[in-house]
Design a protein around this ligand. Structure first.
Ligand SMILES: Cc1ncc(C[n+]2csc(CCOP(=O)(O)OP(=O)(O)O)c2C)c(N)n1
Ligand SMILES: [Mg+2]
Length: 543
């Protein structure tokens, strides 16, 4: 995954250089270095990242491949015999081979200089011995993860003629590694360049400053539109596109794209062209069918600069291909926005291979990840506002968006949705009621219909929209209790077109679907699987 993170770092460098550098002032100009092992080259996702790096011409990416022929199971010839350099040549990389990486430092230095001079991304295969210097354990997998042990350490010192004590760093090494003087001079030089840039190119400088500092232009959130029931209903993936375009205009570092599903995910920002080798200043990213690489590249993009807000998109089901990149986003506090459309069995005829079931629940279970499933335009706007704020706080967000058309509901609002759960119809928060109905996403409409049906039978009903569990759980306890009182749990019914797993936390009964889907138009599937307003009303009556 590291090489894909490095590709993300290098692509942002290329983007910012292409966008902000002037013929008389190259303000963005740095290299990205990465070290990969045999194992990294065995993992398929490294091929996804390397393929894109070659395609994008990321000439400032320099990767060392530690070719030591050893991984955990032993010698790599038991499972890995391909020609890695030939593969990288085919990806469009500049490749070199340093045959003695153990001691030939001059050749490594020369290779780095040659890599810098070449306009392509560079792979430097460096052949080494794992555990170099250890007389009995070098070149074996025994040194991969375990310490040498007392006797072998002594033998290694002897063999290498290393006369220093434990944790003793020779003065000459310390002096060589001390870059403070060189670094201070480089920083002063850059600061002077930046001062010139700011005075000559004030507008560009303000944008670049926002990207470098992570301070967003004030009022960016006002770019997000709100809706009333009079506004034509559309799928939330269409609302999503409206939000992406609005945020692209308002936030200088907002950029991203889809894994070859842009027309379905609705992820193109219309005001920008494609980020490509020769048009690096553009902000629509074409990731190709490479979900795993896309997720990790997007995380690298985020980690380049706090003001870069990357989004990446595919069908929600294909989060299975990128799940560990999403998990690493959460773990490494990379605030990537995962734009996932076709969020339920409602995708229709594509059938069970394309129909997420356990996915919403699984991302609710993931630490550090906000899982958002908005119901209409206002809620989509609110969830994008939250996703941008999360991104600035180092937290990723997954948005589950619909293919099906949804109406703009009367009770929804950005302010309410931002709280994660709120009352959209019937008994107000804190007011006594007979039953509570919770809906998310496309099923909120059904919950509202069921609520109306129950009202007509004399029940006092509260309908709650719950676009984001995590946001709700961040609210004060008193607010949570006013919306979903603990004492009402047995009289609460949830509805969501996916697994019911997890809903017992909030509801005494749940409507959903706990098996794979089927291939048919959405309305037929919803009926067949009993995900309807009538079923919800009947369930509520039975409690
Ligand atoms: C995705 C993933 N799969 C498996 C592992 C477990 N693992 C850790 S190191 C390793 C072998 C790596 O070999 P190599 O890259 O050649 O490193 P070396 O032993 O040469 O340092 C494996 C399989 C892991 N860390 N990550
Ligand atoms: Mg190895």
């Amino acid at each position: 995954m590291g090489i894909c993170n490095a590709v993300g770092l290098a692509m942002v460098e290329k983007h910012l250089a292409g966008r902000f550098n002037k013929p008389d002032c190259e303000i963005v100009d740095h290299y990205t270095y990465c070290v990969m092992g045999d194992g990294c080259n065995m993992e398929g996702m490294s091929g996804e990242g390397a393929s894109l790096a070659g395609h994008w011409g990321l000439g400032k990416l320099i990767v060392f491949y530690d070719d030591n022929h050893i991984s955990i199971d032993g010698h790599t010839d038991i499972s890995f015999t391909e020609d890695v350099v030939a593969r990288f040549n085919a990806y469009g990389w500049h490749t070199q081979h340093v045959e003695n990486g153990n001691t030939d430092v001059d050749s490594i230095r020369a290779a780095v200089n040659a890599a810098k001079a070449d306009p392509r991304p560079s792979l430097i295969k460096v052949t080494t011995l794992i555990g170099y210097g250890s007389p009995n354990k070098s070149n074996t997998h025994d040194v991969h993860g375990a310490p040498l042990g007392k006797d072998e350490t002594a033998a290694t010192r002897e063999n290498l003629k290393w006369k220093y004590g434990e944790f003793e760093v020779p003065e000459a090494v310390k002096a060589y590694m001390d870059c403070s003087e060189k670094g201070t001079a480089a920083e002063a030089e850059w600061n002077a360049k930046w001062a010139t840039y700011k005075s000559k190119y004030a507008e560009d400088a303000a944008e670049l400053e926002s990207i470098m500092s992570g301070k967003l232009p004030s009022g960016w959130e006002k770019s997000l539109p709100t809706f009333t029931p009079e506004d034509k209903g559309v799928a939330t993936r269409i609302h999503s596109q409206t939000m992406l375009n609005a945020l692209g205009g308002a936030i200088p570092g907002f950029m991203g794209g889809s894994a070859d599903l842009a027309p379905s995910n609705m992820t193109l920002m219309k005001q920008f062209g494609d980020f490509q080798k020769d048009t690096p200043a553009e902000r629509n990213v074409r990731f190709g069918v490479r979900e795993h690489g896309m997720g990790a590249i997007a995380n690298g993009m985020k980690l380049h600069s706090p003001g870069i807000i990357p989004y990446c998109a595919t069908f929600f089901i294909f989060t299975d291909y990128m799940r560990c990149a999403m998990r690493i986003a959460a773990l490494s506090q990379a605030g990537t926005i995962f734009v996932m459309t076709h969020d339920s069995i409602g995708v229709g005829e594509d059938g069970p291979t394309h129909q997420p079931i356990e996915h919403v629940a699984s991302f609710r279970a993931m630490p550090g990840m906000d899982m958002a499933r908005p119901a209409d335009g206002n809620e989509t706007a609110a969830m994008y506002k939250m996703a941008v704020e999360n991104s600035m706080n180092g937290a990723p967000t997954t948005l589950a968006l619909s293919r099906q058309v949804v109406p703009n509901l009367a009770g929804t609002s950005m302010e309410g949705a931002a709280k994660g759960a709120y009352v959209v119809q019937g008994a107000a928060a804190g007011e006594a009621c007979d039953v509570i109905l919770i809906g998310t996403g496309t099923e909120l409409e059904l919950a509202c219909q069921a609520g109306a049906e129950l009202e007509s039978k004399g029940k006092k009903v509260r309908v709650v929209s719950m676009p984001c569990w995590e946001a709700f759980e961040r609210q004060p306890a008193a607010y949570q209790e006013s919306v979903l009182p603990a004492a009402m749990r047995a009289k609460t019914v949830s509805i969501e077109a996916g697994t019911t797993f997890g809903w017992a936390k909030y509801a005494g009964a749940s409507i959903g679907h706990d098996d794979f889907g089927a291939s048919a138009p959405a309305p037929i599937l919803y009926k067949q699987f009993g995900i309807t307003a009538d079923a919800m009303a009947a369930k509520a009556m039975s409690l």
